[in-house]
Write a protein that binds this ligand. Sequence first.
Ligand code: NDP
Ligand code: 8X3
Length: 253
Amino acid sequence: MNKTIMITGATTGFGKATAEKFAANGYNIIITGRRKDLLDELENKLNAFGTIKVLSLCFDVRRKEEVESVITNLPEDWKNIDVLVNNAGLAVGLSHIQDGDSEDWDRMIDTNVKGLLYVTRAVSPLMVARNKGHIFNIGSIAGKDVYENGNAYCASKFAVGALSKAMRIDMLKNNIRVTLIAPGMAETEFSIVRFNGDQQRAKNVYKGFDALTAEDIAGVIYYCATLPENVCINELEITPTQQASVNHSFRRE
Ligand code: NDP
Ligand code: 8X3
């Protein structure tokens, strides 16, 4: 029988690439996100794999009641979620804390921290009931060290790191694996969102730089998920070869 993976934020970037990777390897896929048109497009693409099932759920992870209702009302044959990828997240803005926009802070904390908590609270009891499951939390190297102007985004990703450790401990007796994935710079829609749609500014972030791709991260998640069940990778930091840490990157001229 196929295993089932649920991925938040599967409309683009890491989430979409992860859906494609697991679909290609025979998993049934639950894709989620806010943009219905992109979910429909991906659902059609994944259905072409033929031997798997796809369920598309359009919701905002910040809406607690909606998250609870969507998971509670999952069709019975979709409740056996083997892998959850808490990926939905974003950075908005880049400014010194004294100039920061509190609405940007709210969006980041509500999505990256509270959204992740709501989804985990809804899905983890299904895993605990079966005494098996694997939760991936997409943190960041910005959750390992801070950089100038990163303040609230870094804080949200430090929180993801803390929650990953906490989940691992809280569900230790329930045989639940928890893996924190902490990527460095990857070229997705991330910078376009951070700079409110400014494509040129987003492009400049990756100039002279071989950034990670969404597929690189999907491959790492797949690797961790398919290790023998007695093995749990608790945490993995992955950067481009040209990036040693959040504050040390090498760019070609
Ligand atoms: P993308 O912008 O390409 O993808 C973000 C995904 O999150 C989209 O599918 C978006 O879908 C979804 N999302 C955002 N807000 C919400 C919300 N409120 N409710 C539901 N879904 C939401 O960026 P990445 O793929 O790069 O980012 C994925 C994760 O990886 C994020 O948590 C990010 O912080 C993290 N990360 C990214 C790095 C990078 O350099 N790219 C490095 C380290 C970590 P939609 O808009 O349709 O809702
Ligand atoms: C995204 C990586 O360095 O832009 O989490 O914050 S960084």
